[in-house]
Design a protein around this ligand. Structure first.
Ligand code: HEC
Ligand code: HEC
Ligand code: HEC
Ligand code: HEC
Ligand code: HEC
Ligand code: HEC
Length: 397
């Protein structure tokens, strides 16, 4: 009897393992590497054999429209509504392989922000240094003193969606991938340059869609991000593949939502933090910088002095080792990378004063966002230049 009880326990335990633990596949939904086998139904989620509505036999009128059939407002098919910037309950938590309708309940904010609405509370950020919480009082400034080491930061989520003021475009319209290409010492005014000169000065033109960044067929990488964004035939603007996924990492469970937009790192895939700057820079080449690039000129006419945006993996690991403690399990997160200052999809941050007039590198005013609003918020996580104040404590008063 005893023996039976033990073996039943073991069987139960093994069942629990196989049922409760997310699939070993790093992908999710219909986007699984291998596509679910020879008799898969997945293709029909996106393709029609004779009645395609867009090139590549897509069942919707464009790539963006296709993605929004499942990831858009009020759509079924996925619990991740990237248009409204919300994740429905269980998104990523259960490791489920497919969903046909959205469960009811409280929604949470998606890590990437959103394309039409986003739930980032962009005006109440908090920064805690070793000497205390950063505030506008002279006392706090003095208490924190010269040892300005950030131990934790918080950018809360908003209770409901707010209109997006800037986002990556996803409708396939031609857009400049700012900084794409090699250092270019010469530039004249935008309006006087030829197309080739503009490309060299500012960056190549890219027709951005969801599938420029994500691989709809699954690839085993974090968020099915393409190693070579853009990709496809005729892609000459980037050539260096960046693997965003930790080698032999489970990349599971998935945490698509967040309650703190300062916490950009990902516990189940550290490579996201180590490699995201390199990944973004497959398109924004000249923005990738390590070391004292804020004080050493690059030789480029437009992108001449540049804020540090990357550390080597060894540097990241060293910083983690030195600063992570029981009290501060996340350690200090003061190393700037693209995703610390920007979200990947779109933001609801608003810009005033000096921050409202910042042009694009070519002098033009940024306008892209589905709601047509704001425009100069550059996908930033905090209003105005509150982002700078998270890490630098320059003065008070
Ligand atoms: C989640 C939606 C989705 C699913 C599921 C899907 N596809 Fe696709 N497929 C696309 C999109 C979008 C493109 C266009 C790719 C682009 O624009 O980069 C595409 C392109 C293609 C192409 C053109 C070449 C290429 O790889 O880009 C083929 C062939 C293809 N799909 C076959 C399939 C087959 C077979 C299945 C099922 C095993 C499948 N697809 C499942 C969305 C999907
Ligand atoms: C037929 C429905 C459907 C379509 C169409 C669809 N998706 Fe998904 N997608 C899902 C589901 C289901 C998941 C899993 C998350 C969940 O439980 O909702 C998912 C997950 C994802 C993820 C997270 C993957 C990961 O590695 O965790 C990304 C990114 C994504 N989709 C992008 C896209 C893009 C880009 C398109 C358009 C090319 C697209 N999806 C079209 C249903 C769909
Ligand atoms: C410029 C590249 C880029 C484009 C364009 C893009 N994505 Fe993403 N997407 C990302 C990155 C990077 C992440 C990971 C963000 C993170 O974890 O902080 C992501 C995350 C996601 C997620 C997971 C939820 C989240 O918000 O983190 C989904 C689902 C998704 N994208 C779908 C889409 C769909 C659908 C489109 C088109 C409407 C799209 N993406 C366009 C880069 C892009
Ligand atoms: C596939 C190429 C590609 C990748 C990868 C890419 N971008 Fe972009 N990015 C663009 C293009 C094209 C634009 C021009 C604006 C648009 O999308 O309409 C742009 C614009 C921007 C802007 C300015 C937005 C504005 O309002 O003018 C920011 C900020 C930005 N990207 C940040 C990022 C970050 C952060 C990442 C990585 C998470 C990233 N990009 C990855 C192509 C890319
Ligand atoms: C320290 C914060 C910070 C980091 C890190 C950062 N950015 Fe930015 N980024 C900004 C701000 C602020 C702007 C708005 C323009 C300005 O004030 O220079 C901006 C503007 C942009 C633009 C619009 C073009 C331009 O240069 O004005 C792009 C594209 C962009 N960032 C991409 C990236 C990418 C890609 C990375 C990582 C390689 C990155 N950013 C890292 C703060 C940052
Ligand atoms: C995520 C933290 C972080 C954010 C946010 C941030 N910085 Fe920095 N900044 C740093 C670090 C770290 C350095 C030193 C880089 C190095 O030398 O390796 C630095 C360096 C600089 C420098 C060069 C001078 C020096 O002390 O080396 C200037 C100027 C600067 N930052 C301005 C800004 C501005 C303006 C913003 C907002 C757009 C900003 N920073 C946002 C962390 C940050």
């Amino acid at each position: 009897m005893r023996r039976l009880a033990v073996s039943l326990f073991v069987v139960g335990f093994m069942l629990a393992l196989s049922v409760g633990v997310p699939s070993v596949s790093a992908d999710n939904g219909p986007h699984v590497k291998g596509m679910g086998g020879m008799l898969t139904s997945n293709c029909a989620g996106c393709h029609r054999a004779h009645t395609g509505q867009a090139a590549d036999l897509l069942k919707a009128s464009s790539v963006e429209a296709l993605c929004y059939t499942c990831h858009g407002s009020a759509a079924g098919g996925s619990s991740l509504d990237v248009r409204d910037g919300v994740g429905y309950p269980e998104a990523g938590e259960s490791g489920k392989e497919d969903s046909t309708e959205r469960p009811e309940g409280d929604v949470k904010a998606l890590r990437g922000g959103g394309f039409k609405y986003a739930m980032i509370e962009t005006n109440t950020e908090k920064a805690e240094y070793e000497g205390g919480i950063k505030s506008e009082t002279q006392e706090a400034f003095e208490a924190i003193g010269s040892n300005k080491r950030l131990v934790s930061g918080e950018i809360p989520t908003a209770s409901s969606g707010r209109e997006v003021t800037s986002s990556h475009s996803t409708n396939g319209s031609p857009q400049i991938a700012w900084g794409n290409g090699a250092i270019d010492a010469s530039t004249t005014e935008w309006k006087n340059e030829s197309e080739a000169e503009r490309k060299a000065s500012y960056g190549a033109t890219v027709e951005l869609t969801c599938a420029s960044c994500h691989n709809p067929h699954g690839d085993g990488d974090y968020r099915i991000l393409k190693g070579l964004p853009g990709g496809g035939e005729g892609n000459t603007y980037n050539t260096t593949e960046v693997n965003i996924t930790e080698p032999s990492s489970p990349n599971n469970p998935k945490q698509y939502t967040t309650s703190n937009y300062w916490e950009t790192w990902e516990p189940y895939n550290k490579n996201f933090r180590y490699r995201i700057s390199e990944w973004c820079s497959t398109c924004h080449t000249r923005l990738l910088t390590t070391g004292s690039t804020a004080t050493t000129p690059s030789g480029d006419a437009v992108f001449e002095y540049r804020h540090t945006t990357n550390f080597t993996q060894a540097q990241y690991e060293k910083i983690e080792k030195e600063y992570v403690s029981a009290e501060h399990p996340d350690g200090t997160k003061t190393e700037p990378n693209c995703i610390q200052c920007h979200v990947a999809h779109g933001t609801d941050a608003t810009m005033e004063g000096w921050a409202a007039g910042v042009p694009l590198p070519n002098g033009e005013t940024p306008t892209h966002s589905e709601t047509g609003g704001g425009g100069e918020s550059f996908l930033l996580r905090v209003d105005n230049r509150g982002t700078c104040q998270m890490c630098h404590y320059t003065s008070v008063g």
